[in-house]
Design a protein around this ligand. Structure first.
Ligand code: UT7
Length: 341
């Protein structure tokens, strides 16, 4: 019997869930660790210079977590900020999705622990999509709210990359940093999250990865594994492959580049941001996230952190349209147009 011909047993009358017609982001929040680390503080260990780092990446300084800042504590702070911005009660959250690659436990996930810190016993799980994780989370939350499996979803992007960075590695030590960003996704009267354009190229999985697997660490008695990156390969992929993805997201949302009020790409490298901007032919005066200057690359946290800052500083309008795109280890990517909360 083919799948198409299958008949459910009994009456076949099980119920399915029904959700809201549309979903939108209700609020965003962020947590930046207190400690500001300028380039001058890290150049000696990698035989580099402030000039080189600024020219090649745009980074002037970054935030590093203190000893008491963890993936869980930073997430809790960002989550409380986002929930306050959304204007809802914490108890209204019924799903927590956490995107991270730096939670130091293989298991359990960070999400249930963060939910508990917020006093919640709701559905809570982690996703692993590196620097594209926040946009993956927004896509899932959008579908869950519309599909009826959730009403208010807390999406968190969080990294404590300093726990997995070799401070003597020239290719990563100046790039990676720490922080957490969060968004509340809930029901809406209008479409607030456009179709997500996403995908992967696992043939390039080795270009950004934990140096050795946990099994190699155990079997070969290796040191704590850090994250390594073939910077040039990732750079080329990002510059040539991500602009078409962003373009598709604009088209899928049924708008033109002129309709956009903000461009909020993952904060990987200022030169990647500028190259994408040029290829996309966005309006010359469009506000562009350049949070990388003072925040460096916080992977899953970079887009919500930049969004939170731009909204707070009045650089982008509430209710405006923003194109957001995440890309990174996997290699994976996800992009969508959203209505700014
Ligand atoms: O977040 C996930 C996605 N990640 C990304 O998208 C990151 C993508 N990659 C990048 O952003 C860039 O590749 C980096 C910023 C990591 C590196 O910049 P680059 O322009 O690709 O540098 P490079 O590796 O091509 O090196 C250029 C030169 C080399 O010297 P020669 O061979 O030209 O004499 C390197 O030895 O710069 C040298 N170099 C450095 N010099 C000072 C490499 N690293 C450093 C350093 N300080 N840290």
């Amino acid at each position: 019997m083919t799948a198409a011909a299958i008949q459910p047993k009994g009456t076949g009358a099980i119920h399915s869930s029904a959700g809201a017609q549309h979903a939108r982001i209700w609020g965003v929040g962020g947590f930046r660790p207190d400690r500001v680390v300028p380039n001058a503080e890290i150049v000696e260990a990698i035989d580099s210079s402030d000039e080189w780092i600024q020219e090649r990446s745009g980074i002037k300084s970054r935030r590093w977590a203190g000893p008491d800042d963890t993936v869980v504590s930073m997430s809790e702070a960002a989550a409380r900020d986002a929930i306050a911005a959304a204007g809802i009660e914490i108890s209204q959250i019924d799903t927590v999705i956490v995107s991270t690659v730096t939670h130091p436990y293989q298991t359990p996930a960070a999400a249930p622990i963060i939910a508990d810190r917020l006093g919640l016993r709701c559905a809570a799980f982690d996703i692993s999509a590196a620097c594209a994780g926040y946009c993956h989370g927004i896509s899932l939350a959008n579908d869950m709210v519309r599909g009826g499996s959730a009403r208010f979803v807390l999406v968190i992007g969080v990294e404590k990359l300093t726990d997995f960075t070799d401070v003597t590695d020239r290719g990563t030590a100046f790039i990676f940093a720490d922080g957490a960003g969060a968004a509340v996704v809930g029901p809406s009267d209008f479409p607030g999250i456009g179709p997500t354009i996403w995908g992967s190229d696992g043939s390039q999985w080795e270009t950004i990865k934990q140096k050795e697997s946990w099994l190699d660490v155990r079997d070969q008695g290796l040191d704590h594994p850090t994250i390594e990156m073939a910077g040039q390969s990732v750079f080329r992929w990002a510059v040539w492959s991500m602009a078409p993805v962003a373009r598709q997201a604009i088209e899928a949302a049924g708008i033109t580049p002129e309709d956009l009020d903000a461009f909020i790409p993952h904060q990987a490298n200022m030169r990647i941001i500028d190259a994408m901007l040029k290829q996309l032919k966005l309006p010359a005066d469009i506000p562009v996230a350049r949070d990388i200057v003072e925040t460096a690359n916080t992977s899953a946290a970079s887009i919500p952190l930049a969004t939170e800052r731009m909204l707070r500083e009045g650089e982008i309008p509430h209710g405006g349209l923003a194109l957001q795109i995440g890309f990174g280890a996997g290699l994976v990517y996800a992009a969508q147009v959203i209505v700014l909360p």
